[in-house]
Design a protein around this ligand. Sequence first.
Ligand SMILES: NC(=O)N[C@@H](CC(=O)O)C(=O)O
Ligand SMILES: [Zn+2]
Ligand SMILES: [Zn+2]
Length: 438
Amino acid sequence: MSTIYVLREVRPLGGEPVDVVLRDGVVAEIAAPGTAATDGATVVEAAGHVLLPGLVDLHTHLREPGREDAETVESGTRAAAAGGFTAVHAMANTSPVADTAGVVEQVWRLGQESGWVDVHPVGAVTVGLDGERLAELGAMADSAARVRVFSDDGRCVHDPVLMRRALEYVKAFDGVVAQHAQEPRLTEGAQMNEGVVSAAIGLTGWPAVAEEAIIARDVLLAEHVGSRLHVCHLSTAGSVEIVRWAKARGIDVTAEVTPHHLILTDELARTYDATYKVNPPLRTAADVEAVRAGLADGTIDIVATDHAPHAREDKDCEWPAAAFGMTGLETALSVVQATMVDSGRLTWADVARVMSANPARIGRVEAQHGRPIEVGEPANLTLVDPAARRTVVGAEQVTASANTPFAGHELPGRVVATFLRGRATVLDGAPVEAVDAR
Ligand SMILES: NC(=O)N[C@@H](CC(=O)O)C(=O)O
Ligand SMILES: [Zn+2]
Ligand SMILES: [Zn+2]
């Protein structure tokens, strides 16, 4: 028999307190505060805590198969649950690449076995991410993994003919192409944002135009083909402007920003600490302000972590030799609270939209995730204590990798509990071990 939970005096979406009862995998009852029957139930005292729909990450790197030393499906999904997520989309740049029905089904099955979150594999757009031949998009869509998001993330689909064909192809199964917007010729050897700091410290720059030129091209291609485009980890003020223009024109484009691009700038490169080396690079304070404004006004649809764990030897080296990427699953919600909620730019209901409902809809998992908190809905939920503060300690992170850029930072908010179909994956702020999966 499954455990019954009573979340006492909790505030759904930051609203008025109620008791929420989880039973048989669903929200079974919503009652006046302090009135729900607690016989046989586990009571979670949640006064002052905010209840959100379980977070959905459209952009996670789980590294399995191939780099299990950096992360596995098991460790990455446990980190996701700790961060308040109930579903993640696992990027295709594994080894082998997730470019066939066989590989996406393998990742999907590993996700099922892990039981921490629902894992939805992303399929590669091109064979081996080589940018030359389209992968078996239809076979991946029809597989048990039911792939709807396709991306060569880590690489840009830079050939406009291939990009056009991919956009045309995915229409047949309501898929979306998620583009890593990076013009390769403009970013050869690039190490960080091109600007005042790169000039001062002598690292090769990655100009904003290398991102913006691809986004501009792709929104026009999406319009021409009548297809759906998603822009990964948008990072510049110009990119926000282009997406805003495209949406005003009625183009079917969605965009994401990462937590790190909402708070960190290229000034950090002066440390030469490769923890801050990421693709796209950390930009300027003006770009940070522009992406915050874009997220607040709906131009940017979602926050996605781009959780990119790397083994120590790939990060503990000189900047030019280090891998691009930083972890993010366990700090995402706190960074969004710090930058957007505590500043009054987003409400908790908005956070539910940009971190759950919108990513669920874009990834076509909205039947299970990003649902309203109502009786009868699947109990995929996250309980947050917004008044808590914590100092991030790298070694205490659940992820198997140590490359968090927030070590030593004090951040607001704490995920107290996460529920996947009514089963607690996290309680009292810690993953529930011996998860009796499914
Ligand atoms: N974001 C990164 O810096 N790295 C990602 C690839 C990517 O998202 O482009 C990775 O796979 O490590
Ligand atoms: Zn990318
Ligand atoms: Zn990525």
